[in-house]
Design a protein. Sequence first.
Length: 277
Amino acid sequence: MKDAVLKELRHLTKHENVAVINRGNAAILLTMLQSTGPILIPQEGGWMTYEKFAVALNRELIKVDTKQAKIDLEDLKRKITAAKKNCKENEQVLFIYHSNAAYTIAQDTKEIYNICHSSDVLVAMDACGSIGTELANGHHCDIMFSSFGKWKLIDANEGAFISTQNKDLFQKVKPLVAAVSFDGNFSLIHQKIKDLPNRIEFLRNKSQEIIQDLSKFQILNKSQKFPFVVLVKFKNEIERLNIAAYCTKNELEYTVCPREIRIMEDAISIEVKRLES
């Protein structure tokens, strides 16, 4: 069944070189170890261990400006220039980001890739909230990874993958992959991958229902194509309580922003992705 999983992942990522490992955080760490220079991350919409691991590795960490989790491409260019100035000989800058930021904001993956590659910056795409969609396109990154953990799109409760089209890069990763190998339930992962289109459609439909129900509020991501969370802005405590009451009544889990892994504004993030499809 492992071979069947790898075959499916090659199709989803458009990468020939794929490894299944034990955890998503292990994939992030392996990714960071493929570069020795500064690490760029978005200000918001990513994952908490981007910063944590960069600091632990004693790397220069540079945050790229965002607006409601959307990466500011002009600031990305500026931050790349700044990072390159600080690079020592043979060091390479890494940019790591979530292509469906905060599980709902589509990034311009092709333009990000072009900007980075014009400056020889390694691009790592977090596909936890985009795998199975057009936003997880291996042609627009050097490395792709995703967790299969709880509340992810491929929600097998364990495991992750890391992939690349670059054979030399994969050979560098291989010895490290052995240290974080996966020996869990490949059959369940395969089942979840095959059901991925249905899960994506279910979550999209549920999000649209919520957006419709809460139309009197400012929905920050109502025009997004893959809203696996719904971001509802609140202006005051009364609005916050009303949105929270709606979630409680409809058995929807939520988190309160500002949160770096969602958006840094006053809003409630309705975690649609936590629903069972």
